[in-house]
Design a protein around this ligand. Structure first.
Ligand code: THU
Length: 194
């Protein structure tokens, strides 16, 4: 499902409800993915529709590119602070809140193994402690060639605060893959059921 067209449709849905930040991240994702698949083919129909859409955003696509770049770099950098003496599997995460602030986390393992907390949840609880309650993008960094996705527990907690988020997986060698939060947790349980 992570095609330029899918991301552009998602961006359109967010712009229709005046969520320009979410629209920006998804339009940027359409642009980034299209560039990757088609080389630098600048005069095709998909590129034209992404550009036409970008004109309706309050800020240029480069603004969202920059925010995502910061999040990816922060996730990679924070990963190096992970406390993982048992698994040696280091993970970093960075969330972008609705005021564009960045909130980082890494996994912290415990001698009582079950008390370990993942990078995504560390980032989320820190962000909430800083007064943030809604997130539009999250970058997750691990050193695997097949990019590491958030575990099931993290998907559920992220969904509560970031159901609209763009999820970007990265590794230190520059690979990246993008998903919508809804793709990662379809038919999600939410507070609406309570
Ligand atoms: N881990 C994360 O931090 N995030 C994930 O989404 C997957 C797993 C951590 C938890 C544990 O410290 C280590 O990776 C191995 O499971």
């Amino acid at each position: 499902m992570n095609t330029p067209q899918h991301f552009l449709h998602t961006a359109e849905a967010f712009l229709n409800v005046q969520d320009t930040l979410a629209a920006g991240f998804y339009a940027e994702s359409a642009f980034a993915l299209h560039g990757k698949h088609d080389g630098n083919n600048t005069d095709d129909a998909v590129f034209t529709s992404i550009n036409a859409f970008a004109e309706r955003l309050p800020k240029p696509l480069a603004h969202y590119t920059q925010l995502l770049k910061q999040a990816k770099l922060s996730a990679l950098e924070t990963r190096l602070n992970a406390h993982a003496p048992f698994s040696h599997f280091l993970v970093g995460a960075a969330l972008i809140a609705d005021d564009e602030s960045l909130h980082i986390g890494c996994n912290v393992e415990c001698s009582s193994y079950g008390l370990t907390i993942c990078a995504e949840r560390t980032a989320l609880v820190s962000a909430v402690a800083h007064g943030k309650k809604r997130f539009l993008a999250v970058a997750v960094a691990a050193d695997t060639d097949e990019l590491t996705p958030p575990c099931g527990a993290c998907r559920q907690l992220l969904y509560d605060f970031a159901p609209d988020a763009l999820v970007v997986l990265v590794n230190p060698r520059g690979a990246e893959k993008r998903f919508t939060m809804k793709e990662l947790l379809p038919e999600a349980f939410t507070a609406a059921f309570l």
